[in-house]
Each structure stands twice: as C-alpha cells, then as structure tokens.
Design a protein around this ligand. Structure first.
Ligand SMILES: NC(=O)c1ccc[n+]([C@@H]2O[C@H](COP(=O)([O-])OP(=O)(O)OC[C@H]3O[C@@H](n4cnc5c(N)ncnc54)[C@H](OP(=O)(O)O)[C@@H]3O)[C@@H](O)[C@H]2O)c1
Length: 288
C-alpha cells in the first residue's frame, strides 16, 4: 500500500506535529494519547504479508507526531516490536523523544523468564531501554514476588525506566505496589464508554488517589462507541467524530491516558487531535 500523507483532519487548527497534551505524573510528562500496536505485523503470530501495511501505519503515526507507542512481546509474537523499531530508525527519531511501552507475557513471569523476555524485546526493538515495562496479564499460578524481583533488577540495570501492570484487579495492584522498588507507573486496562469495569471495581479511583496512571486500552473499538445517542449529540455539538469524543472522555479524566490503534492515517490524526478536546463537566455527565 502506498503511503500518502493524511488529509487535513476534521478538527480546526490541527497541523502535523501538533504539540501533544501530556499527563504529568511522578515528575514525568507522558503523552495522553499513545498509539497501540496490536495487529501490527500480525495477530498472535507474525504475518509477513502485513509488513508493508504495518510499516505504512507506523510511518504515518510517527509523521503525525505520535511519540508514545504501546507494544508487547505477544503482539505478532514479537514482529510488532521489530517493525516499531524499524519504523523509528527509518524516520531517524531520537530515542529520547519517544515513550515506548512493552509487556512480558503471562507464560514468562518467572524471575529468569522476565529477564529473558525483556532482553528479547530490547533486541527486537533495537533499543537499549524500554520506558515502561508491564506484566501483560496476571495468572493464577504466578509468583508475583519473583516477577518483581526481576522487574526491579531491570530498572536497576537501566534496561527499563518504569514498571507497571496490566489487567490487574485492586488486590493485585496493591500487592504490586508493595513489591515494586520504584513507584508503579500504570495499570493498563480495558476502559471506554462501553466498558466501565475498572471504574466500577475501584481501580480507577485507587490509581487517581495513588498517583498511578490508568492506561485505557480498546477505547474506540466499534462496541465501545456503538451509536449511543449522547455520544452522537456531543460529537455533533463539538464538530468532532464519535471516536474523538469517546477518546476525549478518557483523556479529560485525571490520571487517564489512552492508546487507540488505527491503520488509517485519517483516523490516526483524528485520534491524536482528540486529546486536545477537554470536555466540560456537563458534557462528561451527559456521556454518563
Ligand atoms: N494490555 C492489554 O491486555 C491490551 C489488550 C488490548 C489492547 N491493548 C493495546 O491497546 C491498543 C488499542 O486497543 P485495540 O486495538 O484493542 O482497540 P481500539 O484502538 O479501541 O480499536 C481499534 C479499531 O478501531 C478502529 N479505529 C481507531 N480509530 C478510529 C477512528 N478515529 N475512527 C474510526 N475507527 C477507528 C480501527 O480501525 P482503522 O484501523 O480502520 O482505523 C481498529 O479497527 C492495542 O493496539 C494494544 O496496543 C492492550
């Protein structure tokens, strides 16, 4: 697929490389709107026939000014990390201008497994550190003490800058906080207009009270933005798309950041611009 620069996105005032809205936390500034890489390079296994399409999506995201990328060793069994590294090098972007998250898979949560997984992710990315390294999913049999012993080592070695978890309930999050030698930076969970589980189970409030980010994944999946009347009404009033309002609902909340994925340059630009929409309390209430 030939890469064409995206047409001017719908929000007025948007240009390429717009300044991004940041969440300031633990003396760090992290872009509120990142770029997800699930389906880059394949699904659960690599699919080389998708390489060109995936690189095209990454190039347009980088050209638009995305600097925050979310990946995982699990995505396309490592191919997503390889392609992300390749795209960054091809665009000549300095490492310090990027914020890269990756994740260790549930089957690698032993002490040695975590160390090995991180080494492999660094090799595939072609980078010498990962900004944020997460436990992708908890498992029933995991020994969280062993996993964190290795995660703490990675931070001490400088291979990882910050630690976090993903899909952790409140109890596991509290245990992780106690085991991490450095302040836990995030719990990455499914959170959207249609999925309020982590709001209802107290994780969101806990994160806000303890200076932890809640990174919302799957924020604009069709099921997350199905034609809710309130969403349509706010979108119309703002001259924005429904996806933009669904994203703005997240980025307007304290300590919430989000990482939509899109292979479509127009959608990528619209998503990035959504972080600039600050919803009023009235609009937030309207969305429920
Ligand atoms: N930690 C975890 O367990 C976990 C789980 C799931 C996901 N994640 C992370 O979160 C990222 C995002 O989640 P996700 O990929 O599941 O869901 P998502 O980003 O909510 O949805 C992706 C889908 O929405 C479409 N889309 C995106 N922006 C759009 C827009 N502005 N207008 C219309 N359609 C739009 C995309 O299609 P087009 O390509 O056509 O735009 C794509 O089909 C993943 O890539 C991954 O990095 C983490």
């Amino acid at each position: 697929m030939k890469y064409e620069k995206p047409a001017k996105p719908r929000l007025t005032g948007l240009k390429y490389n717009i300044p991004m809205r940041y969440e300031t936390i633990q003396n760090l500034s992290i872009p509120k709107l990142g770029f997800g890489t699930w389906t880059i390079g394949g699904d659960s296994s690599p699919d080389r026939s998708r390489d060109q399409r995936s690189l095209t999506a990454l190039y347009s995201a980088l050209d638009l000014g995305y600097t925050h990328f979310d990946t995982a060793e699990m995505y396309a069994a490592g191919r997503a990390e390889e392609l992300l590294g390749q795209a960054v090098r091809a665009r000549g972007i300095a490492r310090q201008n990027l914020f890269i998250t990756s994740k260790v898979s549930p089957e690698h949560l032993t002490h040695d497994g975590v160390l090995h997984s991180c080494e492999q992710s660094l090799r595939r990315l072609g980078m010498d550190y990962i900004d944020l390294y997460l436990i992708h999913w908890p498992t029933a049999g995991m020994k969280l003490e062993d996993s964190f012993r290795a995660l703490n080592t990675l931070v001490r070695r400088g291979q990882v800058r910050h630690l976090g978890v993903s899909n952790f309930n409140l109890k596991l999050l509290e245990r992780s906080l106690a085991l991490s030698e450095t302040p836990l930076l995030t719990n990455q969970v499914s959170y959207s207009l249609a999925d309020r589980e982590y709001q209802q189970n107290g994780v969101l409030a806990y994160c806000q009270q303890h200076d932890i980010l809640l990174t919302a994944y799957s924020p604009v999946k069709p099921r997350a933005i199905r034609s809710l009347q309130a969403l349509q009404a706010v979108a119309q009033a703002r001259q924005a798309t429904r996806q933009q309002i669904a994203l703005a609902l997240l980025t307007s909340q304290a300590r919430v950041i989000t990482i939509p994925m899109s292979a479509n340059p127009q959608h990528q630009a619209e998503n990035l611009a959504a972080a600039d929409i600050v919803l009023t309390a009235e609009e937030m209430a309207q969305l429920g």
